[in-house]
Design a protein around this ligand. Structure first.
Ligand SMILES: Cc1cc2nc3c(=O)[nH]c(=O)nc-3n(C[C@H](O)[C@H](O)[C@H](O)COP(=O)(O)OP(=O)(O)OC[C@H]3O[C@@H](n4cnc5c(N)ncnc54)[C@H](O)[C@@H]3O)c2cc1C
Length: 459
């Protein structure tokens, strides 16, 4: 065993949570070692956010090429050349990966490549080497889950990891799980020309979104020819000569080239020494308080490894929070309702704050306005449909939730998150002028209506 000591921070896992913590801690003058078994950047950069959004951009271009005649641009669409799509996607990932490595190097974060294991409350072992520090941050992230009776073979029954490496466009696909990942793949495969069917156990696609957003997405998917079975699970999967046959709990049998299993992601924590070091856990997730402290005083945990929203920007925020706390800076706990969520399908779905259902559950009296994008000039130009729904406390109180559906609305949620997180009231937002013609006007219009002075609005 060789031991290296003297670190302020030993971070296990170089994904969004771990590397953000490393960068901020180093910026604050801490000596940091970051231990990573694959590539810095983790799931988001290599198997998640970035490659999926590159594929979704290619999907958007395909749709534009196919529909160009609708705006008088004469072009012909000849199909998807998957090797070229993958080359574009890999180039994007590579460029960002290089950038991240050079940022880490410029802040003097020491990177150790290898599989780490928590050796004590203040040390991580990688093979024969032990890295000893004042504090350890666990950030080992998550991996795709499957269901009992469902064997992932990586060919016909796949996870998002395999889906990102496909060298062909499936002619048909069944997507098990109508959450963010399932919906994004369904959307992009449809744009690439596949027949797609989603199977979701709960009554709606994107079940954690406001029901109004889920319904708008379902309507849009129906129009795009994306099939879905809601309130239905899988009971059996069999291989066929050409692909898979999936029997649903209601007896329906679906056949396709492949089955994408997108039923959620579980924590990466088994066999890593967490329990042995006394870290309190729940079903593999590391439990933390509002400052991301575990039950062991010298150990913190961030990102997908902890219960809650599995989003890269949550990992960034938590990683920064831990670094600042350890440097003795004041830290405000995150209001997780105020974290913006985006599904990058066509149409996009974006939200911040709470849904109508959660407001009702919490016994909050609210006023709501839904502004259809049909009344928004830029959205009509873009030929997109959807809506901006704003929920505010009844009687002129602050904005509690903003829910958007439509092309490009992911970019609009940044304004909505300021409105929510600064606890703005509709009358204040109504005073602010939005540029015309932009989709952001839909947010302005909804607040004008909530403030009792609707402009372009049919009651
Ligand atoms: C298909 C897909 C699309 C997504 N799209 C989005 C999106 O658009 N926006 C968004 O915000 N989020 C998205 N996410 C979620 C996002 O990727 C995660 O929330 C984020 O990556 C979590 O960061 P993390 O640091 O907690 O974990 P990870 O990114 O999983 O990083 C954990 C790291 O730890 C390393 N590691 C694990 N065990 C060990 C060990 N024993 N020793 C050394 N290293 C180890 C892993 O190799 C990995 O690099 C998506 C996820 C998927 C799968």
């Amino acid at each position: 065993m060789t031991e290296t000591s003297g670190y302020d921070l030993v971070i296990l896992g170089g994904g969004s949570g771990g590397y953000a913590c490393a960068l901020r801690a180093a910026e604050l003058g801490k000596r940091v070692v970051l231990i990573e078994q694959e590539k810095v950047g983790g799931t988001c950069l290599h198997k998640g956010c970035i490659p999926t959004k590159a594929l979704l951009h290619a999907a958007e271009v395909a749709d534009h090429a196919r529909n160009a005649a609708s705006v008088g641009v004469m072009t012909s669409y000849e199909g998807i050349h998957m090797p070229a799509v993958n080359a574009y996607k890999d180039k994007v990932v590579d460029r960002l990966w290089k950038g991240l490595q050079s940022t880490l190097a410029s802040r003097h974060v020491e990177i150790v490549y290898g599989q780490g294991r928590l050796a004590s409350p203040t040390a991580v072992a990688v093979g024969d080497a032990v890295y000893q520090g004042e504090h350890v941050v666990l950030a080992t992230g998550s991996e795709p889950r499957t269901l009992p009776g469902l064997r992932i073979d990586g060919d016909r029954v796949i996870t998002s990891d395999h889906a990102l490496r496909l060298e062909r466009v499936p002619s048909s696909a069944i997507v098990l799980g109508g959450g963010v990942i399932g919906v994004e793949f369904a959307s992009l495969w449809r744009s690439f020309g596949a027949e797609v069917t989603i199977v979701e156990m709960l009554p709606h696609l994107l079940p954690s979104e406001d029901e109004s957003s889920s319904k708008l997405l379902e309507r849009a998917f129906r129009r795009r020819g994306i099939g879905y079975h809601l309130g239905n699970g899988f009971s059996e999967v069999k291989e066929t000569v050409t692909g898979v046959s999936v029997t649903l709990t209601d007896g329906t049998v679906l056949e396709a080239d492949l089955l994408l299993v997108a039923v959620g992601r579980g924590p990466v924590s088994a066999g890593l020494g967490y329990e042995e070091a006394g870290v309190a856990m729940d079903r593999g997730f590391v439990l933390v308080d509002e400052y991301w402290r575990t039950s062991v005083p010298t150990i913190s945990a961030v990102g997908d490894l902890t219960p809650g929203l599995q989003l890269a920007h949550v990992g960034f925020g938590e990683g920064i929070g831990v670094a600042e706390r350890l440097a003795g800076l004041p830290v405000t706990p995150i209001d997780y309702d105020g974290v913006p969520r985006v599904t990058y399908s066509d149409p996009e779905v974006a939200s911040v704050g709470i849904t109508s259902a959660i407001a009702a559950e919490r016994g909050i009296e609210v006023t709501e306005v839904t502004y259809p994008l049909g009344g928004n000039g830029k959205s009509v130009i873009l030929q997109t449909q959807g809506a901006a729904k704003v929920i505010a406390t009844a009687g002129g109180g602050s904005v509690l939730g903003v829910h958007l559906v439509g092309a490009r609305v992911g970019e609009l949620i940044a304004e909505a998150q300021l409105i929510y997180n600064w606890e703005a009231i509709p009358a204040e937002v109504a005073q602010l002028i939005h540029p015309h013609p932009t989709q952001s006007e839909a947010i302005g219009e909804a607040h004008l209506a909530l403030a009792g002075k609707p402009l372009h609005f049919h009651a």
